[in-house]
Design a protein around this ligand. Structure first.
Ligand code: ARG
Length: 465
């Protein structure tokens, strides 16, 4: 146990053991060690630059801090609840190494602005990694869309077959979602990447610290503009967790489709063995556990968002210890999201779609009924009237257990004499898809162009354009 705490000057009594364990956050925040050390080195440089310490002292601090980092990474650093958090652990070890010089490091700084800084440095790294991982996933989706251009699949509304689409079009819908997610994370970086150090406890510091200098050392875009806000702002975490939740919802929706599609009822998809698991009792089973788990983990990430919103909702300014509770949900959400995105990027290229079953399903269930109505509109029938005509034809076909395109022209003409032989071509799956050429529609010309744009976009992102 540490002999005494950095803050115990005014304390006459030793902290209760249970209080010590209860208030300690070290088991959670120790993962911020590298960011904490990076921040402390920048703070030492800023103190020297302001003439508060000499540059020799800053050099010694930097060397000592690097040594502490080495010790943590080598796994021979001792953690102790009595030192509460990662900030005090590092400072205390630095004091052992350096002696009195270490005692100057916390000049003009508080753990309140220190943790705000660590959180931001950490989340900046993680957010950049997540954007890179989403890039991989988006690439996998586009490549799969490119490889399956001749696959048709029923499009659904209300989970009822509606109109056929290209499988690639369906896949590219997820490309759009994950691209928006990526944009949201990139945008969040504008608010994450702001430097809070120099705000000290809440009111700023008496030392002439050049905050812009600290920001430049740490690669921040700018500095926070209000010291009270700087130490109590957790919006960037809420925003990140909102973005993470939305991204997980997208992964979860895709998961749900993969689960459905791999069922015998749909049989559109064969989950490769390497991505499925078996049952301990039912020998025939192959379960899509990966998408199921991604769907399940979505609840955890959404829960993390709720946790931080609820923690923050009634906090007066400025720092309150409640805020220490920001880290468990944040870390858990970051880990969960990264694991899910990585899993999907690995699984998507391996998905085996069943072309025949998807096509057959696209050809059954009156997915061309709208096209028959559109055909009549082209022959001058108002759409509402055409809708009624086709509706009656559908009822007639249903009675006979047939599809519209399986009814003879003679019989169909009972519903409208505008129907001609060329109707049958208009009713084929290929035609139904190819005629939807409005921007964003499923016609192959559009889908091929969308894939091309996506490939160019992904390429530009890699080359840093
Ligand atoms: N461990 C604290 C946190 O995570 C660091 C700041 C503590 N500040 C304080 N005055 N107790 O929020």
């Amino acid at each position: 146990m540490a002999e005494h705490k950095p803050w115990d000057g005014r304390f006459a009594e030793k902290t209760d053991d249970m209080v010590e364990a209860f208030t300690s956050s070290i088991q959670v925040d120790k993962r911020l060690y590298a960011h904490d050390i990076t921040g402390s080195i920048a703070h030492a440089r800023t103190l020297a630059e302001a003439g508060v310490i000499d540059s020799d002292e800053a050099d010694a601090m930097e060397k000592g801090l690097r040594q502490v980092k080495g010790e943590i990474e080598a796994g021979n650093f001792k953690y102790d609840d009595s030192l509460e958090d990662i900030h005090m652990h590092i400072e205390s070890r630095l004091t052992e190494i350096l002696g009195p010089t270490a005692a100057k490091l916390h000049t003009g700084r508080s753990r309140n602005d220190q943790i705000a800084l660590d959180n931001r440095l950490y989340l900046r790294d993680e957010t950049r990694q997540i954007v890179a991982m989403l890039h991989e996933l988006r690439q996998a989706i586009v490549d799969s869309a490119q490889a399956h251009l001749d696959y048709f699949v029923p499009g659904y509304t209300h989970l009822q077959r509606a109109q056929p689409v290209l499988l690639s079009h369906h896949l590219m819908a997820y490309y759009e979602m994950f691209t928006r997610d990526s944009d949201r994370f990139t945008d969040a970086l504008y608010r994450i990447n702001v430097m809070p150090l120099g705000s000290a406890a809440l009111a700023g510091t008496t030392f002439p610290l050049d905050r812009e200098y600290t920001a430049s050392l740490l690669g921040f875009e700018g500095v926070t503009q209000n010291s009270m806000d700087a130490v109590s702002d957790r919006d960037f975490i809420m925003e990140f967790l909102s973005d993470a939740s939305i991204c997980m919802v997208h992964l979860s929706r895709m998961s749900e489709e993969l689960v459905l599609w791999s069922s015998s009822e749909f049989a559109f998809l064969n989950m490769p063995d390497a991505f499925a698991t078996g049952s301990s009792i039912m020998p025939q089973k192959k379960n899509p556990d990966v998408p199921e788990l991604v769907r399940g983990k979505t609840g955890r990430v959404v829960g993390s968002l709720m946790a931080i919103l609820t923690t923050m909702k009634s906090l007066p300014m400025a720092y309150n210890r409640d805020m220490q509770e920001d880290k468990p949900p944040l870390f858990d959400a970051v880990d969960t999201l990264k694991a899910c995105v990585a899993m999907f990027a690995r699984m998507v290229p391996k998905l085996e779609f069943n072309r025949r079953n998807m096509f057959d399903a696209s050809n059954q269930g009156f997915l061309n009924a709208t096209d028959m109505a559109d055909y009549l509109v082209e022959k001058g029938v108002p759409f509402r009237e055409a809708h009624g005509i086709v509706g009656r034809a559908v009822a007639y076909a249903l009675d006979r257990g047939r599809e519209l395109h399986e009814i003879s022209l003679n019989d169909l003409r009972k519903f409208s004499d505008k129907l001609e032989k060329d109707l049958y071509e208009a009713l084929t799956v290929e035609h139904v898809v190819e005629r939807r050429r409005t921007i964003g529609g499923t016609a192959s010309v559009n889908v091929i162009a969308a894939i091309g744009r996506a490939q160019t976009q992904l390429q530009a992102e890699t080359s840093g354009d």
